[in-house]
Write a protein of this length. Sequence first.
Length: 191
Amino acid sequence: MQLNRIVEFHKALGDLTRIRIIALLQQGPLHGQAIAGKLSLKPPTITHHMTKLREVGLIKERRDKNTIYFSLNQDVLESCANAILTLGKEAKNMEMSVTEAERAAILSNFFTADGTLKNIPAQRKKRLVVLSHIVKGLAFGKVYSEKEISEYLRKFHPDYATLRRELIIHQFMYRKNSQYEMNPPELWSFQ
């Protein structure tokens, strides 16, 4: 799971009222007026909090005439809550599944002699090996602008935007406000 999604999930839960709403919805579906009554809040306040919970996929809605019933999306709640516990484990499992011989073969198959990328691998395992090779030229602790990252990635492949997106998706880098920074290797989808 992407780090951004984990952060957004925890931000949504960073409010006592939202935690109370989740606790109520664990007992079964409720409409907004009922939630407002049980929590002694006004309906617009409930609407605000339900919007935040909806944005991260924690609630489901069912309309019955003019009334909307909210229920807890238990699967999303469990997967997001457990995602933080699997961050380091996924990287460790993937690391064990690629031998040095496989890594060398993948790199020789996808890179030319001058270091450019022939094509971006479709298979996840190979793509992660390629991405981990590409980031070796980036410094930890340095904040890069989007232009700097794009210029760096253009040296490897003309589709630098896809490479940039893949670095974010697989947790090699963190992006905020068009600023990029390397994540620690323990957070990478692969080492």
